[in-house]
Ligand binder design. Structure first.
Ligand code: SF4
Length: 369
């Protein structure tokens, strides 16, 4: 929930209906600032800037690129995802969250400006290729739903074209304002999932697994397509059975035909995240597994251990949902081959696979793939 103790707003922002709505939904009354400096200074002075920043909302506009390519690495197979950059940071608090170490300082920013978004999306909606676009890379897509018209605006924008799908990725159940919108299957509601043990111990303030899956079922009942992300998967005693049960629980709630794709990936982290986890989550044991440094400089579990859990999950997916596109975010050829028996190694091959899934399930224009 967005429940700030301080709210700041850029002095240059016009009081549009979008801003008026947001201001009517959050307390306290916004303090006007000329630029981001007072907000950054306030956060930097806190004992725990990472935690404190979750309570400081900064309403501003995006001064950089609204549309960006996902920062995948060239070392691992990448899915060519596109990011719509409409906000930063998060009010929930996961021990493993990369955003704790990504921003300096982290700031809960809302980037206003429907006109700006419409203009940035225009070439995509009339282009000669298809796009998979998400807002959940630098923030949780749906923490904003209770206070902002942005998710509604985007759902309706995407509904009017057939070149792009919008994936709204979340660990909340904030979908009520979207359910009765005309979405034309171009918005995919998406949940990151984990085992109940991991959710309870590492994901403060997030919805339970059951609540997420019930929300997914509700979304499907309104014609939405859904996706799931098993990321990060943690290795701990009994994890194989626990993750298998999560897969089973998903398909007890939704039919495979309504699932566009599922990604899987084990825990990986930049080395400097370890000190942040130790300081902010002293009971968490997640940084103490046996890790190696990958070629992208991130710490990862040993490859045979990753492959073992992936193979267990792949077997359940084959059994319960053989037609759903399951893919890795950031794994190499050996892992793909030993898990799925194929490797989308050619340029754009993985993107192609996911575009086809979106065409099939969401009605994207297949002639452009
Ligand atoms: S829900 Fe996502 S963005 Fe929010 S704290 Fe957890 S990992 Fe970070």
């Amino acid at each position: 929930m967005i429940n700030p103790t301080r709210v700041f707003i850029d002095k240059d922002l016009d009081l549009t209906p979008e801003i008026e709505y947001l201001i009517s939904k959050v307390k306290p009354i916004p303090e006007t600032v000329a630029d981001s400096k007072p907000v950054y200074d306030l956060i930097n002075q806190a004992d725990d800037p990472v935690g404190f920043a979750k309570k400081v909302l900064y309403i501003t506009s995006n001064k950089g690129a609204l549309i960006r390519q996902c920062p995948g690495t060239s070392y691992y197979t990448c899915c060519d995802y596109t990011i719509l950059h409409c906000g930063t940071y998060c009010t929930m608090d996961c021990a493993y969250c990369i955003l704790q170490a990504y921003f300096h300082p982290p700031v809960l920013q809302y980037f206003a400006g429907f006109d700006q978004y419409a203009a940035a999306l225009e070439p995509i909606f009339h282009g000669d290729t298809v796009f998979r676009i998400g807002t959940g890379e630098y923030t949780d897509s749906l923490i904003w739903e209770p206070v902002s018209l942005m998710p509604r605006f985007l759902v309706e924008k995407f509904a009017a074209q057939d070149r792009a799908v919008l994936e709204l990725k979340t660990k909340t159940v904030n979908i009520d304002a979207l359910l009765n919108l005309e979405h034309n299957r171009k918005t995919i509601l998406s949940w990151s999932v984990n085992t109940p043990e991991v959710i309870a111990s590492q994901e403060r303030g997030t919805a339970s697994l059951v609540a997420r899956l019930k929300a997914a079922a509700k979304a499907v009942s309104k014609g939405f397509r859904v996706t799931f992300h098993f990321d990060p998967i943690f290795l701990y005693p009994g994890c194989e059975n626990a993750y298998e049960k999560v897969v089973q629980a998903i398909f007890n709630h939704v039919s495979p035909k309504d699932v566009v794709w599922i990604s899987i990936g084990t825990f990986r982290f930049m080395p400097h995240l370890k000190a942040i986890i130790e300081a902010r989550f002293p009971d968490s044991t997640i940084p103490y597994g046996e890790f190696i440094t990958g070629i992208d400089n991130k710490m990862r579990y040993f490859k045979p251990l990753r492959i073992a859990i992936y193979q267990r999950l792949a077997a359940v997916f084959r059994q319960l949902a053989p037609d759903v596109a399951v893919y890795f975010c950031m794994e190499d050829e050996e892992v793909w081959m030993k898990t799925f028996g194929f490797f989308p190694g050619k340029p754009k091959a993985l993107a192609h696979m996911l575009d086809r899934a979106a065409a099939d399930r969401c009605g994207l224009d297949a002639s452009l793939i």
